[in-house]
Design a protein around this ligand. Sequence first.
Ligand code: NAD
Length: 501
Amino acid sequence: MTDQPTRVPADLPGSIRHYIGGELVDSADGGTFDVLDPVTDEVYAKAAAGRAADVDRAVAAARAAFTDGPWPRMLPRERSRILHRVADIVESRDARLAELESFDSGLPITQALGQARRAAENFRFFADLVVAQTDDAFKVPGRQLNYVNRKPIGVAGLITPWNTPFMLESWKLGPALATGNTVVLKPAEFTPLSASLWAGIFAEAGLPQGVFNLVNGLGEEAGDALVKHPDVPLISFTGESRTGETIFANAAPHLKGLSMELGGKSPAVVFADADLDAAIDATIFGVFSLNGERCTAGSRILVERAVYDEFVERYAAQARRVVVGLPHDPATEVGALVHPEHHAKVMSYIEIGKGEGRLVAGGGRPEGFPAGNYVAPTVFADVPPTARIFQEEIFGPVVAITPFDTDEEALALANGVRYGLAAYVWTNDLRRAHTFSQAIEAGMVWLNSNNVRDLRTPFGGVKASGLGHEGGYRSIDFYTHQQAVHVTLGAAHHPTFGKGA
Ligand code: NAD
């Protein structure tokens, strides 16, 4: 066992319930599922296991709030005020939120705190955006005035993963609500704790009842029912690519609007002319932050041969110094992975990696952590592009390093996987920086930087990493209809049929 025991937050709920039509409720059939503490793998709570009947109830509440309630009809400024209050409340409770999130997910407390603040920022950003929103009008002189009538769509189904639960929920809730939709959120079953705070936050901020609804449960049950519900015209999903494929197929008969933020295997490409100190720091953070459970993790590092040996040696030495610890300890840099199932998956990839590359750091459980979902920051060098640890998303603190000799080879390696979420390029050559970045098959590229988000920019992946983009006005577009209204000026302009002799 670890030297120190896990720290259980005060006032932890023993049961986690749905929130439907302004009330906390159990599942219609009384079903529950176990929620585990990732440090001990002991059950600390039971959560209501939603099924189709519970999703039906939640959708009916959201639908009623949409058709009969004030929310879609309020002025953007009025909605914006409420959403700013949501942000204020989230900020004022950031320490509590971080404590619960860290306990439930195993994320290091300092990083969970950062995610809580980002959640508040997401609400502020979209609250401001809808107030500043303008839409197009087009004039055809003397003939027409045509304008865009933007309107909310209805009940948005929001399905989220467990890696940064509260923050990713806010990323969908912010724009869905700001644009006047009502929602049903289905949070990830591994981490339902922080989501249970939304009900109180929204009620306190003055969100009308029925606008926000939450159904806990397993993906194949609650998530599936939401995707197949005929009164849910929109699904915003973040999760694994394989789940995305299933959801895509299940939504097809309903022709739903879909936004898919899926998996990644993002390259960090380090050229010999790069600032090596900065590149090493950033690529260490890029794959070991958030326990490596990060969709945009730079989990493949491609390094130009001239600096390869030095890079690998320094990188491995620094990776061995990354502090693994209890999630609640502010000194911890890598905590416990979310769940024993996920831990087993990451550990199995490490075993696969031992036959595919040269292990230079980590390689299993960290010393002093014989129990719980701990994984030592693990580095494989000389990994060939055919290796499974090069091709497949591991979603843990495991990185593959591969050398290259030319820009062409680096590009082929960078693009030689099914994913295309993010890429990081390290070079001081201006022309190469832009030419190379533009040729990478990735939805987002950072030059000489880690993943530092500008909320106005598009967020999303290409290839198996996703479909559609959110971020800034693109989120507003996803959550609204843009109806074109055509106004005739002067005489009607159309050919005349049926007036012949
Ligand atoms: P997951 O696909 O297993 O689950 C995500 C959500 O989908 C959960 O709420 C789950 O209950 C639900 N779900 C599962 N099966 C379903 C079904 N058949 N119908 C409807 N809903 C279903 O993903 P995860 O393991 O929770 O999260 C990790 C994955 O998420 C990684 O692949 C990661 O890269 C990805 N991710 C992507 C982004 C991004 O923005 N691109 C961000 C974070 C995480």
